[in-house]
Write a protein that binds this ligand. Sequence first.
Ligand code: NAD
Length: 471
Amino acid sequence: MKRIDKAYINGQFTELHGKQIFDLINPSNHEKIGEVILGDEIDTRNAIAAAKKAFKTFSKTNVVERIEILKNLKKAVEKREKELIDTMILEYGGTRQFCTIAYQNMVGAFDHMIETLQHFEFERKVGSALVEMTSLGVVGIITPWNSSNSFICNKFATAVAAGCTVVVKPSEMSALQTQLIIECFHEAALPEGVFNVVNGLGNVVGNEIVNHPDIAKISFTGSTQTGKMIAKGAVDSMKRVTLELGGKSPNIILDDADFEKAIPQAVFGAYMNSGQACIAPTRLLVPQSRLEEVNQLAKEAALQVVVGDPANENTNVGPMVSEKQYERVQHYIQVGLDENAELLVGGMGKPEGLENGNFVKATVFTNVRNDMRIAQKEIFGPVLSIISYQNDEDAIAIANDTLYGLAAYVTSSDENRALKVASRIEAGRVCINGFKHDPLAPFGGFKQSGIGREFGAFGLEEYLEPKSILV
Ligand code: NAD
């Protein structure tokens, strides 16, 4: 059993002032696998002070030096590949398939920021002004549990590229994963105080970061509810915010698509990261005239989904991260039944033989109306809603009838037709014919899915302040 009892402050593993203990539980079998001592406000202030001091010199580094640091960070992460993947599976219950991709995203974050830096203009001529893109200051990074180290790597790589220093508050449920990434970054011999981490609760460590005057910006990934609280708190000291929040992404299958391929892909896609993915296409929009065929194909696909031990190569859906998350998903399945959506596959309770973990049955509802709660709320579990539409206009209207706007998907055999539909969807990312990711392209949400963008040059600009110099 592992015990995490230090913060990482000013380049050192540091004794904590906080005393509260939080148990780390394996979501696959409920065994205790470790414990973490949670930091408090004093630990957080110490971390912020270290980052503030380091900013003075780190913000003066040049692009060549920052690229060197990013290369060292990448090398250090590459050395611990197996442990990083295995610990994520153990602590979070992510499937091996997903955790391998998450690991590739960690490494990729450094590569893509290096590439971005190589083309980025920190000085620009705009009209008669010289515009200098200056480092913002100390960034507070607050992350969720659903791909913890990918978020930390991406946000920290961007901060390094911008010459910012950071204080990270990860989810308390990710302490083993966090410890590993700290060890990697420690190995990379960063200048002291550039990277600081305090494990702790949102309303303690997170709250201190949000309210502290020496934090210039918050980069947050998490729920819309928490994001709103953070934005409200940040405004008092005019902190900049990047908020990557929830989603309820539509997946429009146009009537000319190859249904035999598109429907199984849509079902497996909805279950990405065991359904605990902000970009999961959880609303499947299909032509009314083809609903029976879709139901048949979706049912066949969902019955093929392997729910079980996340360490197995062939598992598609692992356990929910916690019992609380399991209960939340059960609640929404019950809501779907109460609202008279038609249950096609899955349903309440645990799959047979998996009673000891937080496992949910791969579930599909059909004949769902878009005003039902299961179509509007982010469930964050393996629950797919099939909604039928009359024509393309109707499909677009349903897709946009949501508070969210993070991602969307369109499938058609005619790329131009799909493009026309895509351009009318209110979402930060629309993928045509499959699930795509380009880390140089901006990522972020319309509407209540967030504020600001991450990745590439758009992401980097969010860590910089433009200063116009007029002579
Ligand atoms: P959460 O909002 O509950 O917690 C996220 C982080 O915020 C945690 O570290 C938590 O401790 C902290 N926090 C909680 N209260 C706080 C407060 N008052 N002040 C400061 N920090 C506080 O989210 P979660 O349950 O950990 O993660 C799941 C959510 O994250 C889902 O809604 C999902 O859609 C979203 N998410 C979004 C993206 C994206 O890129 N848009 C990616 C992954 C997850």
